[in-house]
Design a protein around this ligand. Structure first.
Ligand code: NAI
Length: 386
C-alpha cells in the first residue's frame, strides 16, 4: 500500500510504518550519543507508545541499560486502515531493543482496567521479578470503570468563557477561539480520567503483588505553562486534574514511606503530541514558543527532555526538585526572557505575519513526524506492508 497523510484538524488518520520506525531510530540515536548514565534497571511505562512515554522508554533503555515493560492502547492495521503510530513505534522499538540485547515487552490494552494491571503484574513476575521505576504517561480521552461507568475528559475552562487568539489548523490562519466553562460533572469526570486515581491504583496493586522494588521511584507527567494559557490549561479542567495528580504524588510518597517509595510529578515542556494538539489556543503558543526557543538554542523535543530527566534530574542521591518537590523540565520554557519574548510576539501575531512570528514549519514538521511522514530519507512513493 502507498500511504499518504490524511490530516483532519489536529489528527492524522494514517501512519507510515517506515516513518514511525525512523522516528524511533532517531530518538535512539540521540540517546546513544548522549551516553550512559546511572539510573533505573527495570522500568514499567504506562503510556509508552508515543510522545513523552515513548521517549522515556527509549531514554531508560539506551541511557540506563534498563529492561522495560510498556503499556499502550493502540490499534493494529486492518484491510482498510494503517495501524496507529504508537503501534508502529512500539513494533520498531521492540525490534531495535531486542536486537541490541535489551528486554522490551509491551501490553496493548486499557491501562485503567483491572485485567491489564493483572497481566502486567504477571509479566513483571515472569520476566524481571520487580520494577524499580514506574512512569505514568497516560493521556486518555476517557476512562471505563469496573462497573462500566464511562468518564470523558474535557478541555474546558472552569468558571467563564475564555476568548483568545488561536491557530486554525486547517488553513494556518489566526482566528479567535472561545472556550466555554465545564459543568461540575465534566470537571469531576476530567479529574477521574487525568487525575491521580489510576496512578495510585497501579502503585497500590503493584506493591500488593510484591513486584515493586523497595525505594522504587514513580513519576507522572504534568504541565503548567504561561499565564496566557491558564484559563484553558492550568486553571481549566485539565489543570484541576493535574492538581489532583500532584496531590496523589504527595499521598503515594506518604502512604508508601515505609517501603521508601517516592512519587514525583515531572513538569514537562509544551510539545506537539497527539494529546496536546487537541487543546484549543495552545498550538499557537507552541508555534511561537518553538520559534523563540529555537532562536535561543533552547528548543527540545520529547527525547531531549527525557535525556535530561535521566542525566540531570534523577541522580543516585535523589531527584532534583523545586520547592514543591516537583521535577522541572519546563525550566527552559519558563525562563523570563523566553516568556517575555513569546508574549511580545503573541500580542503582534496575525494571519499576515504568522509565518514570521511563529515556527509553523517546525510545528507541522513535528506533527507529521508523529505519524511517520515527511522524513526526507523515506521514499513515500514506495509500496509498504502495513
Ligand atoms: P500521547 O498522546 O503522545 O501519549 C499517550 C499515551 O497514552 C500513548 O502511549 C497511548 O497509547 C497511551 N494511552 C492512552 N489511553 C490509554 C489507555 N486507556 N490505556 C493504555 N494506554 C493508553 O501524549 P503525551 O503528550 O506524551 O502525554 C503524556 C503525559 O505527558 C500526559 O500526562 C500529558 O498531560 C503530559 N504532558 C504533555 C505535554 C505536552 O505538551 N505534550 C507537556 C507536559 C506534560
Amino acid at each position: 500500500m502507498i500511504i499518504e497523510p490524511k490530516v483532519r484538524g489536529f489528527i492524522c488518520m494514517t501512519a507510515h510504518p517506515e516513518g514511525c520506525k525512523e522516528n524511533v531510530a532517531r530518538q535512539i540515536s540521540y540517546i546513544k550519543k548522549l551516553g550512559k548514565t546511572e539510573g533505573p534497571k527495570r522500568v514499567l511505562i504506562i503510556g509508552a507508545s508515543t510522545g513523552y512515554g515513548l521517549a522515556t522508554r527509549i531514554a531508560a533503555t539506551y541511557g540506563c541499560d534498563a529492561s522495560t515493560i510498556g503499556i499502550m492502547y493502540e490499534k493494529p492495521a486492518n484491510d482498510r486502515r494503517t495501524a496507529t503510530p504508537g503501534w508502529y513505534n512500539t513494533k520498531a522499538f521492540e525490534e531495535f531493543a531486542t536486537a541490541d540485547g535489551y528486554y522490551a515487552k509491551t501490553i496493548n490494552g486499557d491501562a485503567f482496567s483491572k485485567e491489564i494491571k493483572e497481566q502486567t503484574i504477571e509479566l513483571i513476575k515472569s520476566s524481571m521479578g520487580k520494577v524499580d521505576m514506574v512512569v505514568y504517561s497516560l493521556a486518555a480521552p476517557r476512562r471505563t470503570m469496573p462497573d462500566g461507568t464511562i468518564y470523558n475528559s474535557v478541555l474546558k475552562t472552569v468558571g467563564g468563557n475564555f476568548t483568545n487568539k488561536s491557530l486554525n489548523l486547517n488553513n494556518n490562519t489566526i482566528t479567535e477561539a472561545t472556550i466555554g466553562p465545564a459543568t461540575e460533572e465534566e470537571i469531576q469526570a476530567t479529574i477521574k480520567v487525568m487525575g491521580g486515581d489510576d496512578w495510585k491504583d497501579w502503585i497500590t496493586e503493584l506493591d500488593a503483588a510484591g513486584v515493586l522494588e523497595e525505594k522504587a521511584v514513580t513519576i507522572a507527567y504534568s504541565y503548567i505553562g504561561p499565564k496566557l494559557t491558564y484559563p484553558v490549561y492550568y486553571h481549566g479542567t485539565i489543570g484541576l486534574a493535574k492538581e489532583h495528580l500532584y496531590n496523589t504524588s504527595v499521598e503515594i510518597t506518604q502512604e508508601f514511606s515505609s517501603r521508601g517509595i517516592k512519587a514525583y510529578i515531572c513538569v514537562n515542556k509544551a510539545l506537539v503530541t497527539q494529546a496536546s494538539s487537541a487543546i484549543p489556543v495552545v498550538p499557537l503558543y507552541f508555534a511561537i514558543l518553538y520559534k523563540v526557543m529555537k532562536e535561543h538554542g533552547l528548543h527540545e523535543g520529547c527525547i531531549e527532555q527525557m535525556g535530561r530527566l535521566f542525566h540531570d534530574k534523577l541522580t543516585p542521591v535523589g531527584a532534583i526538585v523545586d520547592e514543591m518537590n516537583r521535577i522541572r523540565l519546563d525550566d527552559y520554557e519558563m525562563q523570563d526572557h523566553i516568556q517575555h519574548k513569546v508574549m511580545e510576539l503573541w500580542d503582534q501575531i496575525n494571519t499576515e505575519n504568522v509565518n514570521e512570528l511563529a515556527d509553523l514549519t517546525g510545528y507541522w514538521e513535528d506533527f507529521y513526524h508523529m505519524f511517520g511522514f515527511r522524513y526526507e530519507n523515506i521514499d513515500y512513493s514506495k509500496d509498504v506492508d502495513i
